[in-house]
Design a protein around this ligand. Structure first.
Ligand SMILES: C[S@@+](CC[C@H](N)C(=O)[O-])C[C@H]1O[C@@H](n2cnc3c(N)ncnc32)[C@H](O)[C@@H]1O
Length: 204
């Protein structure tokens, strides 16, 4: 069933094989990595592979997730690899409480977990933490992914509406999520669930 997940949904996923936890950055993000300027916020960073990828490129990175367990694992990976990332436990719907400012926010699989109300809070928070000219790079499930298994499907119109004021949407491109091969419940399109990869600039 399509669902708006709770913290417990994610806790249960991390207790097993979380489908998104592929042990490396998603290829869609690796493809645009050279366009991402630091300081970078990885919102909903999970176990930290994307944040660590950017840290390994020499960028200043903050990784935020509301669960202790993925942040614990992310910190352990950083220590093992001798990389510095500011991994924090925190709620991405409360970014307006942060005093930090970023030139980029990367979001792999967070935007599509929110209720309509939380989505509005999240986007307001993105506007708060991004410097003018800063960019959001996000990938979410697309309405072109058939069925109802997994997170909410998002349409182009919803993306345009969410980022209507104070933003310029630079591109909305079809892409796909790579899935953890050890996740056995996959009911997605062949090759991975269909997504939108979205690049948005903060204007004012
Ligand atoms: C689909 S997973 C993606 C994780 C990671 N970005 C990746 O690609 O591996 C979504 C992540 O967002 C986190 N999350 C969900 N709601 C959140 C919120 N309100 N604030 C911070 N993190 C949240 C979950 O705990 C989970 O780790």
């Amino acid at each position: 069933m399509t669902q708006v997940p709770t913290p417990q949904t994610f806790q249960e996923a991390y207790a097993g094989e979380a489908p998104w936890d592929i042990g490396r950055i998603q290829s869609a993000f690796a493809a645009i990595a050279d366009h991402v300027k630091d300081p970078i916020l990885d919102a909903g960073c999970g176990t930290g592979d994307m944040a660590l990828y950017f840290a390994a490129k020499g960028h200043q990175v903050t990784g935020l997730d509301y669960l202790e367990e993925p942040i614990r694992r992310a910190r352990a990976k950083a220590a093992e690899r001798n990389l510095k990332v500011d991994f924090r436990v925190g709620d991405a719907t409360k970014l307006t409480e942060l005093t930090d400012r970023f030139n980029a926010v990367v979001d792999s699989g967070l935007f599509h977990v929110f209720t309509d109300d939380d989505r509005r809070k999240y986007v307001a928070g993105l506007a708060h933490v991004l410097n003018p000219g800063g960019r959001v790079f996000l990938m979410c499930f697309s309405n072109e992914e058939p069925g109802e298994f997994g997170p909410r499907r998002i349409t182009r119109d919803e993306l345009k509406s969410a980022f209507a004021t104070g933003w310029q949407i630079q591109s909305i491109e079809p892409n796909y999520f790579e899935i953890n091969p050890n996740f056995k419940g996959a009911k997605f399109s062949e090759g991975g669930p269909k997504t939108w990869f979205v690049t948005i600039e903060r204007r004012t």
